[in-house]
Design a protein. Structure first.
Length: 122
């Protein structure tokens, strides 16, 4: 079961492992403060279609912050498709987007990860 701290915005700080990628999960934190010690590293989002976790489109699921250094890192899908490159000192909000024509009949097969740049954090 998820803790109340995590539900309301727990955070996790970590240096990205080389060669990577780092797979993140909502059960650990919503805010991920990450550092890239070298270029070409990535963080991968969960596979919402194969998870027992109850996902909801439209709400912010993660805030991924590149906490320093000079290296950008990529935010990618579970399978490795790059969605966004996060420069040093910037953050991206990650949501599930509903691609269905009619919201009432939406299923996880209609969803996709969506990244929106947030204000520079310094």
């Amino acid at each position: 079961m998820i803790s109340i701290d995590t539900y309301f915005g727990g955070s996790h700080a970590q240096t990205l492992p080389a060669p990577g990628p780092l797979y993140i999960a909502l059960q650990y934190a919503r805010l991920w403060r990450l550092r890239a010690p070298s270029a070409g590293l990535a963080v991968c989002l969960p596979d919402f279609t194969a998870s027992s976790w109850v996902w909801t489109p439209g709400v912010p699921h993660f805030l991924v912050y590149n906490d320093g250094g000079v290296n950008a890192f990529d935010v990618a899908t579970f399978s490795g498709a790059v969605l966004y490159s996060v420069p040093a000192g910037e953050a991206v909000e990650v949501n599930l987007r509903n691609n269905a024509q009619r919201m009432a009949v939406s299923t996880p097969s209609d969803w996709s990860w969506d990244c929106r740049k947030r204000l520079k954090m310094s």
